[in-house]
Design a protein. Structure first.
Length: 169
């Protein structure tokens, strides 16, 4: 269980008050800081739920991506681009998944220097159990009713679209 800080005040609200005194309107700073804090909270909840399976959320994402792939294997470059993470992060995740027996490294026949990550039977076995652990806690968002989850998604999607993260619908 993730421990609450137990502060008698909201540090983001307190920072917003100081921000307004020093710099002006704080609405954007307060919202952005809240997004970052919620990301930290959710990752901590995910990692706690996945720990019994020998996974972190980053490694779980790799396994799910490999599970969804047509052949159960992908080049490391593709994994990085699909998960939008740095190649070093992909290499680290793959190394740990190999050590856990969830992934194998294979030469990429289409690229003599490239490497494929291939999910193993043990990796396929752990994905449903790990997924159940995450869905059992509603991906850390059990405090929100479904209608608010839809609103939250729509609001965050506007930010992603504005940043060019995905093509506008």
């Amino acid at each position: 269980m993730v421990r609450p800080l137990g502060l008698p005040f909201d540090p983001i609200e307190r920072a917003a008050q100081s921000w307004e005194q020093h710099f002006g309107p704080a609405a954007s700073m307060r919202a952005a800081t809240s997004v970052f804090r919620v990301q930290q909270i959710l990752l901590a909840r995910f990692d706690e739920a996945l720990r019994p399976h020998g996974l972190t959320f980053a490694r779980y994402e790799v396994l799910v991506l490999l599970t969804f792939s047509r052949t159960g294997q992908l080049p490391l470059k593709v994994i990085g681009s699909r998960l939008m993470v740095h190649p070093t992060s992909v290499t680290n995740a793959i190394e740990r998944l190999v050590a856990a027996g969830y992934v194998e490294r294979r030469p990429n026949p289409a690229d003599g220097r490239g490497v494929l990550a291939a999910i193993t039977d043990a990796g396929r076995d752990v994905v449903p159990r790990a997924t159940e652990a995450l869905t059992g806690q509603d991906f850390g968002l059990a405090d929100l009713p479904e209608a608010e989850l839809d609103v939250l998604f729509d609001v965050l999607k506007k930010v992603r679209l504005g940043a060019g993260d995905v093509a506008d619908d």
